[in-house]
Write a protein that binds this ligand. Structure first.
Ligand code: ADP
Length: 481
């Protein structure tokens, strides 16, 4: 470990040996040199931690110790002045200039404690100076980044006053707006926007500004050098993104609605054929028509999922709520699911207790949640049973729980958190990639959420999966069970 080094700059032939004796006895390195420019040079080379600067017989016009050290490139060198007893004015002046401490002469018998205290204050002073430099450098860099950013950025006070705008912000909103309030300058409003007023820390929001363009904002709280909280906001122009996304959503919506009509016709004509209304069919022809029916069901499900995904993305998912039984809902999908299971040689078991209370739900949407989940179970299972169960949970004013369990390929743990994301599909060497668009689960979760329920899964890779969702029972029925 490096020992502390102390230098004495002065011409007092009595003080120097006393200081040397005390410091060297304590294991510190010491150097004494006359107080002139050569002495200052020696101090610089000695790389010391504290300079004891003797002010006795200094020329009154001489610059202060701190100034002389600064000139020699030692601006952060801690200094303690050494003065004859009674030189209070010199001590006060030096402390005001930045000296860390002082020693009176004649040097007392044991000057060590005082010098150690000065060393410690000096260390602290150096650390603070270093931290200040880092802060200054960092804020200069941040100001540089903000100034040259391609996106508009600004800083507002807690009272929403614009304190800073970067070049791009000034180009868009105009110069000379500092001092105005952000809600007035950007939005022409008389009071703060709700998001700004409500949010603390980081916030995100979108808004259309006075220039007619859409921006996505990201803001964070920052502290200025006086320790006061300010808010830095960066805006990204998303006008084009929003237009593209609107075109995309309209396109998907038009195409999927246009697909519905011919698909319904195919399904109806398949019914006519199956029911023998266009002439009796033999067994083989009946099986062919069944294949058409199953394919139209799957295609229909995909189209409805696309339409729902679009509605969810545009925040337009509407529920047609009614009092409905689990059985009635299952009736809408079981026939098709059973046929899908049969095709794969799987058994589809359904268990619904007779005394289940009715729910309050959108029948068609919940039917599709079941079709999506159970359809997946059939798709990802090669042997055995797929089981659909319903039950009652007397929690939260009564809930119905519907579970679908399979003994299929399971879902790798690292994918479990992601399968509910839009368009996410498990892919990789381990998994045989079945057809699918990665829509079913994300839509199902949104549908269940919109009903005030929860959808979750448990799965072990190679062992199988279980998906469960809960829905509230019909209001008039709660507490009855
Ligand atoms: P997809 O239309 O691709 O099936 P989903 O959103 O319904 O889309 O499912 C997302 C992914 O989750 C699937 O591609 C599959 O990898 C995985 N997955 C869903 N259900 C199961 C299941 N029962 N067993 C194994 N993997 C499943």
């Amino acid at each position: 470990m490096r020992t502390y080094r102390v230098a004495y700059l002065g011409n007092d032939s009595e003080a120097a040996p006393l200081l040397r004796a005390a410091l060297e006895k304590a294991g510190l390195e010491f150097m004494a040199t006359p107080r002139d420019s050569a002495g200052i040079k020696k101090v610089a080379d000695f790389d010391c931690d504290l300079v004891l600067w003797d002010l006795e017989d200094a020329n009154p016009n001489e610059p202060t110790p701190m100034e002389q050290l600064r000139k020699a490139g030692l601006e952060n060198m801690p200094v303690a002045v050494v003065v004859p007893t009674g030189w209070e004015a010199a001590v006060a002046g030096s402390l005001a200039e930045g000296a860390v401490d002082f020693l009176y002469k004649p040097i007392e018998k044991d000057p060590l404690p005082r010098i150690l205290a000065a060393l410690s204050t000096g260390q602290r002073q150096r650390r603070v100076a270093w931290a200040n430099r880092v802060i200054e450098d960092t804020s200069r860099q941040i100001r540089g980044i903000l100034a040259n950013m391609a996106d508009p950025a600004y800083v507002v006070s807690p009272e929403y006053q614009i304190l800073y705008m970067n070049r791009v912000a000034e180009e868009i909103f105009g110069e000379g707006l500092r001092g105005g309030t952000c809600y007035h300058v950007f939005h022409d409003r008389e009071e703060p926007c709700e998001v700004c007023a409500r949010s603390k820390g980081a916030a995100r929001w979108r808004s259309v500004l006075k220039n007619g363009k859409s921006y996505r904002f990201l803001s964070v709280d920052i502290r200025n050098s006086a320790g006061e909280l300010e808010r830095l906001a960066v805006a990204t122009d998303v006008t084009v993104d929003e237009e593209v996304s609107k075109i995309y959503k309209t396109f998907i919506s038009n195409v999927s609605h246009d697909l519905r009509t011919p698909l319904a016709a195919i399904d109806q004509y398949a019914d006519i054929l199956r029911d023998g209304l266009a002439g009796e069919l033999n067994e083989e022809q009946k099986e062919d028509v069944d294949v058409i029916k199953r394919s139209t069901f799957r295609l229909g499900n995909l189209i409805e999922n696309l339409i729902d995904a679009n509605r969810i993305l545009s925040g337009r998912l509407k529920l047609k709520m009614e009092r409905v039984n689990v059985r009635e809902i299952l009736d809408l999908v079981l026939e098709h699911l059973e046929a899908q299971a049969r095709d794969k040689g799987l058994e589809l078991k359904v268990s619904v207790p007779d005394d289940l209370p009715p729910m309050y739900a959108d029948k068609a949407l919940i039917a599709r949640v079941i079709a999506n989940i159970a359809g997946n179970s059939i798709k990802f299972t090669e042997h055995g049973v797929v089981q659909i169960r319903a039950g009652y949970i007397p929690r939260d004013e009564g809930r119905i729980i519907i579970s679908v369990e399979d003994a299929g390929i399971g879902i790798p743990t690292e994918d479990l958190g992601k399968i509910f994301e839009l368009f996410y599909r498990v892919e990789g060497d381990k998994v045989y990639v079945e057809e699918g668009a990665g829509l079913g689960l994300s839509i199902s979760r949104e549908i269940v959420r919109a009903h005030g329920g929860t959808l979750w899964t448990e799965s072990l890779e190679g062992m199988g999966s279980a998906f469960h969702f809960t829905l509230p029972v019909h209001k008039n029925e709660s507490g009855a069970h």
